[in-house]
Design a binder for this molecule. Structure first.
Ligand SMILES: [Zn+2]
Length: 216
């Protein structure tokens, strides 16, 4: 990046200035610090070795409120006729609604929490979900799956949201759950978790589905 920027001129004579947007107030500074602290807390969930960069980037965008949901696009001045969620079509589409609060997402989380015999009151933000998730410690093969599956779920809910937004076929909750299970296996294929297991995976090419036998 430095090479691309080339030489940068520094003006030693000019003093830096601190400016405030709007009127200064202690409350505003406090609130800004709180937001910064939340962002810092969430950063520990990003850029993990076992998490693909595209998924970390999605969470990074969530952290900075950049995910282009309908409500976000409208907030940024894009003309949107309807800002209702692509899943339930009743609530306003924002990131926490898509990933956690929507009935569609809720059913997916419940399916996996049930599989791990976890019983929680579902948090209402992605950030709280990741905090609680990290506090649950499992052992053995379950632990390996537990440590990545929430990333896989978030990623595929977002993919499914985009599929719906751009007119592709809708996956039901059970179809997406099955798809997520296959994805978890692929994410963990280099770990001991699934070694020596012959897997039968569904593979889609275009609109056709094939079954693959894969030894990992
Ligand atoms: Zn919804």
């Amino acid at each position: 990046m430095c090479n691309e920027l080339g030489p940068v001129t520094v003006f030693d004579d000019d003093m830096d200035e601190i400016t405030y947007e709007g009127e200064f107030s202690v409350k505003k500074i406090y609130e800004k610090q709180m937001v910064d602290a939340e962002i810092l807390r969430f950063q520990k969930f990003l850029w993990k070795k076992q998490v693909p960069t595209k998924v970390s980037f999605l969470l990074w965008a969530y952290m900075h409120n950049f995910i282009p949901t309908l409500s976000m696009l409208r907030h940024r001045g894009v003309e949107i006729a309807l800002d209702k969620c692509h899943f339930c079509q009743t609530e306003v589409e924002d990131a926490d609604h898509i990933f956690v609060n929507c009935k569609y997402a809720y059913e997916i989380w419940m399916e996996f929490l049930g599989a791990f015999k976890m019983q929680w009151v579902m948090p209402d933000t992605v950030q709280s979900l990741f905090e609680i998730w990290s506090q649950c410690k499992l052992r053995g093969r379950c632990r390996d799956i537990w440590e990545v599956i929430h990333y896989v779920i978030i990623w595929h809910i977002w993919q499914q949201r985009n599929d719906r937004a751009f007119g592709a076929r809708h996956k039901t909750v059970s179809e997406l759950v099955l798809f997520i299970k296959h994805e978890v296996v692929l994410w963990l294929h280099e770990k001991e978790t699934f070694r020596h297991i012959l897997l039968r995976l569904f593979c889609s090419i275009g609109k056709r589905f094939y079954i693959l036998n894969i030894s990992v």
